[in-house]
Design a protein around this ligand. Sequence first.
Ligand code: NAD
Ligand code: MG
Length: 389
Amino acid sequence: MKVQRLTILGATGSIGVSTLDVVARHPDRFDVVALTGHRRIDILAEQCRRFKPRYAVVGSHDDAARLAAMLAGVGTEVLAGPGALCRVACLPEVDAVMAAIVGAAGLPPTLAAAQAGKRVLLANKEALVMAGSVFMNAVKQAGATLLPIDSEHNAVFQSLPAGFAGDYARHGVHRILLTASGGPFRRTALADLEKVTPEQACAHPNWSMGRKISVDSATMMNKGLEVIEARWLFDADPGQIDVVIHPQSVIHSLVQYVDGSVIAELGNPDMRTPIAHALAYPERIDAGVAPLDLFAVAQLNFERPDLERFPCLALAYRALRAGGNAPAVLNAANEVAVEAFLDGRLPFQRIAAVIAATLDAVPVAPADDLAAVLAADAAARVAAQGALP
Ligand code: NAD
Ligand code: MG
């Protein structure tokens, strides 16, 4: 077995920590070459002492100096800034890159890894939402391997036939069904949503995640971003992707075939399963996840999403159908609105309105290169700031 050499972008976050948990279970299989973290220098220092990477990357030069002092004698070279993120994403000695930075900041290094032909383990859905066509072209041109970490897309990947390359007719694939938990507010009275606090929005019933994706789950923008992510990963038409609310989060997604078969992937809601799947693919390794106990689950329920309760889901379909730069605009507006909500500057119920106003304000244009994507992102951030109270 060849040892796989890894860069983990966003090592200090929820996905990064789960990735290192799986890696630590298989010291013979994986070698950590680079770890990155933006602010939690203490956590990154601890990770560096344990995994002894060749490089660590932080956001600022001040933090780099602090981290280097904490790591005296460890043998890790400390770098800083966005350029260093791209550098460790395409080191010649690295085989696979876990893309687990949250938000648009993750796009440049994730794209760099694809352009360098790496095996890209994609958690950073925002990168694909913003730059779908640019990213997929880079993967194709460089011969990179793209493996989805998002639990729904990992489930779809596992439920599609081997060798599926977007040829729906040949493989008899009818449609993709993405499951959604419905988040913490699935049953909350609409009037009560006005007063929702960041703490309530971040308390997800089934999954433990970073704050931004937790708010996205509460608005269901997360599912909207995932519909766009599925469009690119599986070369699907918007009409071939449906969303099903499944509150138990045991079925992680499904694929319907023309003969009536439906194939799904099930498991406990623990991100170490898709992470281990992608890390070892096409082999299987222990992820540290408890076996699914169907008797304890007892029931699997399904509901149609309510677009009045979850207008963000409709906005994502709108951006997907508009095409071009619209998904990048949607994503940037959402990042601005979620940050404002988390800072107490925007009521939960106004998040969708800020995004809708931004989609109205920024004209749809082609987004066939990184410069066009970043220009749309920047214009949307200005428009979204202007739409805040
Ligand atoms: P998190 O907030 O816990 O961690 C984010 C990581 O990104 C941290 O390491 C942080 O230091 C780093 N980071 C933040 N801003 C940065 C910047 N400007 N520059 C460089 N690094 C920066 O987030 P998470 O929950 O681990 O999610 C990471 C990504 O994975 C997101 O795109 C999310 O949508 C996706 N994802 C997460 C889960 C989950 O269960 N947590 C599931 C599916 C997909
Ligand atoms: Mg998901």
